[in-house]
Design a protein around this ligand. Structure first.
Ligand SMILES: [Zn+2]
Length: 154
């Protein structure tokens, strides 16, 4: 494994974490696995397989083997990395400088988000923080309203 990251616990299970600063646009990992037809990938996904990286309508990488470290990279709506096509495969590169101990993330794309919107919302750190902030604002608005009503003697 690279000296730039380690597999560790994240809020949503396992994740990939930087162990050294990673420069913007630097190569992080290759999404490894057997190339299968997208049709076959859909069948495997229907049976519960994860880590299918669709290259195009015809081909998909089955990234489920453990030696595919890129499979540990979690989704974020505010990612610090992104997948790019290179030599017919997929590599993950840094979108910005990533600091040690930061979790490495990329956006899984619209199809994934649609799925999550139908299943209780995205669980990435950015979305959790957004939801927490919204709840806090609602709580504070409620408190202000109660104080106003109390002053008015309602
Ligand atoms: Zn999200």
């Amino acid at each position: 494994m690279s000296r730039f990251f380690r597999i560790g616990r994240s809020k949503t299970g396992l994740g990939l974490f930087a162990t050294k600063p990673i420069k913007r646009a630097a190569y992080i990992a290759t999404y490894r696995g057997r190339r299968i037809t997208t049709e076959e990938a859909d069948r495997r996904e229907a049976r519960g397989a994860r880590y299918m990286f669709e290259l195009n309508k015809k081909w998909t990488i089955d990234g489920s083997p453990r030696w595919n470290v890129a499979r540990y990279i979690n989704h974020s709506c505010q990612p610090n990395a992104k997948p790019v096509g290179r030599n017919g495969g997929i590599v993950i590169v840094a979108l910005r400088r990533i600091e040690p101990e930061e979790e490495i993330t990329y956006s899984y794309g619209d199809e994934y988000l649609d799925y999550f919107l139908q299943n209780g919302g995205c669980r990435c750190t950015a979305c959790r923080k957004k939801r927490a902030a919204r709840r806090r604002r609602q709580r504070e608005a409620r408190k202000r309203r109660q104080m106003r009503e109390r002053r008015k003697g309602v």
